[in-house]
Write a protein that binds this ligand. Sequence first.
Ligand SMILES: [Zn+2]
Length: 188
Amino acid sequence: MSEFIPLYNEDDVRFELLFPEELCCNCGKRGMLRVIEQDTRFTRFYGSVGSELILLFYLPFCETCAETATRRPKTFFHRTLQTLLVFAMTATTFLGIGVVWDVRQLVENVMWVSLGITFVLMGRFIISQRPRGNQSSYFQPVRIAFARNDRIGGKVSELKLKITNDAYRNRFCELNRAAIKDGALEVT
Ligand SMILES: [Zn+2]
């Protein structure tokens, strides 16, 4: 059932990436697993232009971890944007309240009040995204940390994966020893 992801080294030698199927890729549980197509993305920036690579990984998930297959990890950029949005909305709301109800103190201190509330809200939000039980991540447990696909035909010639579950990562490294030894594949 595993889909092979072709990877080519600089001499055009092709490697078939193999994903272990006997344990959940997020919590490591064995049994009662189902293979889910995980839409895994990596964005490279050339100056201000971004190019997105999408690889479909067919990964085994247990029932509890199945929902993590669709949760793309949040980047620093995402988090900054979220924080700015929460701050802007809080500040606008409190400024509005302060002006309408004529609460001078609120208008004067709107920056500090909004900063405090943003801090609490973002803290609670981030805490709610912690992994549950034996899960290694709240987000997709297999990620692309780096990929090079600028060769003819868009071939992936260098791939660096981040695998959050230790047992799954070890098993994956065993299965893909040849590509790792060659240097075309790196796993962290
Ligand atoms: Zn699991």
